[in-house]
Design a protein around this ligand. Structure first.
Ligand SMILES: Cc1cc2nc3c(=O)[nH]c(=O)nc-3n(C[C@H](O)[C@H](O)[C@H](O)COP(=O)(O)OP(=O)(O)OC[C@H]3O[C@@H](n4cnc5c(N)ncnc54)[C@H](O)[C@@H]3O)c2cc1C
Length: 169
């Protein structure tokens, strides 16, 4: 009693263009598992509180409810090994700050393509080609390592109900 139950995260409603919507919610709390949060229940409680005219009732639901973790802050490693380069979600490139992954997917693809074309220029299979490919994860770390690390600290901070409560006030 008297404890805050605010969770860091947000809900979304994407129009799909055919009269239906993709509706969902997400949270970044690293402690969610230990709190044994029932996300299904939370989702339906949230929907029940949306305006009735939006029509988000169980009777109108046409798709299955699904869930997945967003791969964040380089939590899939290594970004390069034995001729394979990971870009975007496959390399855990979603920002812990806001769940955005589209710009990182696009930019990492550009960096990966750059490394591959350098390797090709150096001559596939050569030591300098390998060096060019190994430069890809180093460049990722240079570009976003600090930002993602800060994002992880931010997530840890807002996972404390007291901090979250102060922030939302
Ligand atoms: C609900 C939700 C909301 C989001 N909102 C935002 C947002 O507002 N802004 C933002 O920046 N990011 C958002 N993201 C994150 C963003 O969608 C991803 O980070 C981004 O799409 C990653 O791009 P990607 O190219 O790495 O992977 P994806 O977009 O997942 O592309 C991978 C593709 O590979 C295909 N594929 C998979 N397996 C195979 C196979 N074996 N053979 C061939 N093809 C295959 C898949 O079908 C898919 O088309 C959101 C994510 C979710 C789940």
């Amino acid at each position: 009693m008297g404890k805050s139950n605010l969770l860091p995260g947000y809900g979304w409603v994407f129009a799909m263009g055919d009269g239906t919507c993709n509706v969902g919610l997400g949270t970044v709390s690293p402690s969610a598992k230990s709190q044994k949060i029932n996300y299904r229940d939370m989702f339906y409680r949230w929907l029940a509180n949306t305006p009735p005219e939006w029509g988000f009732s169980p009777e109108n639901q046409i798709g299955k409810l699904g869930s997945a973790a967003l791969p964040m802050a380089f939590n899939r490693q290594p970004a390069y090994a034995r001729g394979l380069l990971l870009v975007g979600d496959s390399g855990g490139m979603v920002s812990p700050f806001n769940g955005e992954g589209i710009p990182y997917a696009m930019e990492s693809a550009e960096m990966a393509a750059d490394a591959v074309s350098r390797a090709f220029f150096e001559g596939p299979g050569t030591r300098s080609a390998e060096k060019a490919l190994a430069g890809y994860p180093a460049r990722l770390k240079d570009e976003w390592g600090g930002y993602f690390r800060l994002g992880q600290i931010f997530v840890t901070l807002i996972s404390h109900p007291e901090v979250m409560s102060v922030c939302t006030k």
